[in-house]
Design a protein around this ligand. Sequence first.
Ligand SMILES: Cc1cc2nc3c(=O)[nH]c(=O)nc-3n(C[C@H](O)[C@H](O)[C@H](O)COP(=O)(O)O)c2cc1C
Length: 359
Amino acid sequence: MKLLDQIRLGNLTLKNSMVMSAMTRSRADINGIVGDLHIEYYTQRVSAGLLITEAINISEQAIGSPFTPGLFTEEQIKAWRKVTRAVHDNGGIIVAQLWHTGRAGHSVDRKGVLPVAPSAVPITAMKHFTSQGLRDYEIPRTLTSDEIKQIIKDYGQAARNAMAAGFDGVELHSANGYLPNQFLADNANIRTDEYGGSIENKSRFVLEVMQELIDAVGADKVGVKLSPFHPYGDILFDNPTATFSYLIGELNKLDFAYVELMKRSPAFPVPDYPEDDEIELFGKQLKQVVIANSGYNKSSAGAELEKGIAKLISFGTLFLANPDLPRRFDKDAPLNEPDRATMFGGGAEGYIDYPFLKW
Ligand SMILES: Cc1cc2nc3c(=O)[nH]c(=O)nc-3n(C[C@H](O)[C@H](O)[C@H](O)COP(=O)(O)O)c2cc1C
């Protein structure tokens, strides 16, 4: 079966086509430092062809939620180095997902500082998970163009820090309503400067960050995650097909490792959007390797690879609950069920205690 076959991704040889997608688990300490639990969690999952870390804050300003890790202090880098070393010693490959939350944060977990965003437009369709419980989102502060240039540099520095921490690559988190997605979205970005207005201008931030990452660590070590039709985080487009077709056309001019395409979740329907399958629609336009994501199981993942558009499939919740997912697929073994109550925050429970197959 293709899913379990060895495959090349840039300069890397992956042991199979199964990727663990990024999953925030909110178990870092208050300084954004990862520890022994993280070493264990990622090492347990090295049978994935590629591991993508939980989203990692690129700077203090990027932080939106409590107990999420960072990659901008010496201590944070040193701590991640222990994770990457353990993963490599056990034959795994691991990429760091780079995160700026933009307006998707709250001042209670930002030392009293308001979140920043392309425009002063708050998220209203949902509430935020904070250390003080669920809170309404605040009106974010609009970024100046100098601050935008600084954030782009922060992404570059975080990517260099990821290399210093021993990661095999970096993934720009441009999905799920975080800062890059906010720049792209028509309802979150009402700027009138070079970063707002037209589709070209709204795409500029993502493209400049991608160029910065490529310059920082080399094209073969850079990927990006996009979620074109997924409205999570109050993200809406007048014409998502036009926006993402333009963005993909420009991304195609850059030479980098992969695009992880996350399909919409049925839990967040947008009636006005096209019915198209995102992998068919956008995957076909991409020159880079496509990693298909969202809602896949063994049979739908196999069928997706057979279509020939995506080369790899990423799994979130299934890897969360099944550290030995490739082996379980190989043996057609039953799967552990993910426990929603322990997904975010806490300790070992629901993190490193999902059982491995006994046979
Ligand atoms: C607990 C949890 C945390 C997540 N955190 C992130 C994240 O930090 N970055 C990201 O890009 N996606 C995140 N996601 C989304 C997953 O990477 C994935 O796209 C989504 O779960 C759909 O894939 P699946 O159906 O295989 O689970 C998260 C999902 C879950 C369940």
